[in-house]
Design a protein around this ligand. Structure first.
Ligand code: URA
Length: 240
């Protein structure tokens, strides 16, 4: 891998800001191959050196993967003149890593959103060819029935002629307001909302709770994120 500034490499782990790295380097607490780092701007090849901070070896990852619990009111985009994006929920040092959302959730949709700078895997996860299931918890106005389940399973054709693949609909609660889980293998524009609109039961709440084998971490409150663990990234790789 190409050489990079030491402060950039360490800040990309999300543990320290660049300012904190500067301080750690000044205090002699950052070792590069066992030797105290000369400066935060020192160039290192993170794949080829051993980095220790406060006596602990740093496992450097070439790519960054984050799980975000998206709140309502944020756009799934990297920059947008029209309002706040999900990147605004990250600290400055992570905003500099070229992260982008893996697929889109509508502005009012909440829940599991992955962010990464690994383009290839992100692309695979979104491709319908790779059959990565996305599961949504949904609340609709109107009473969901077995007929709705059959319509979802059959593959719906939307009003504008858009053909949807077979989708799962599991009714959790049926009444004037109903709740259900929806499983999709694709991600067409406003797909869940349009499918329910077609059945005459508009969506009032939409939350993504699962993508492939990854489920939304219950420890993450809305608007917070965490790094994916190595084995979680591996699971995505094997699923895609
Ligand atoms: N389907 C929708 O309609 N909106 C989303 O945000 C995701 C899936």
């Amino acid at each position: 891998m190409a050489v990079q500034r030491l402060d950039k490499v360490l800040a990309s782990t999300g543990k320290w800001s660049r300012r904190e790295v500067k301080m750690l380097v000044r205090q002699g607490r950052v070792l590069v191959d066992g030797v105290p780092a000369a400066s935060p701007e020192q160039k290192v090849d993170p794949d080829a050196v051993q980095l220790c901070v406060n006596g602990e070896e740093i496992a450097y990852r070439r790519y960054t993967w984050l799980m975000l619990n998206k709140p309502a009111g944020y756009l799934s985009a990297t920059s947008d003149g029209r309002g706040a994006t999900v990147l605004d929920l990250l600290p400055q040092e992570l905003q500099r890593l070229g992260l982008f959302p893996v697929g889109r959730l509508d502005k009012d949709t909440v829940g599991l959103l992955l962010l990464t700078n690994e383009g290839g895997l992100a692309h695979d996860l979104l491709s319908p060819r790779h059959h990565v299931d996305k599961v949504y918890r949904v609340r609709v106005t109107g009473c969901l029935t077995e007929e709705d389940c059959r319509a979802f399973a059959a593959g719906m054709v939307l009003g504008d002629g858009t053909v949807c693949q077979s989708a799962g609909l599991e009714i959790l609660q049926a009444g004037e307001e109903s709740e259900a889980l929806v499983t999709l293998r694709e991600g067409k524009f406003h797909q869940v909302k349009r499918m329910f609109a077609q059945r005459g039961k508009p969506v009032s709440y939409l939350e993504r709770i699962q993508m492939g084998k990854l489920t939304l971490d219950p420890a993450l409150s809305r608007g917070t994120f965490r790094f994916l663990r190595e084995e979680e990234v591996e699971a995505l790789r094997n699923n895609s």
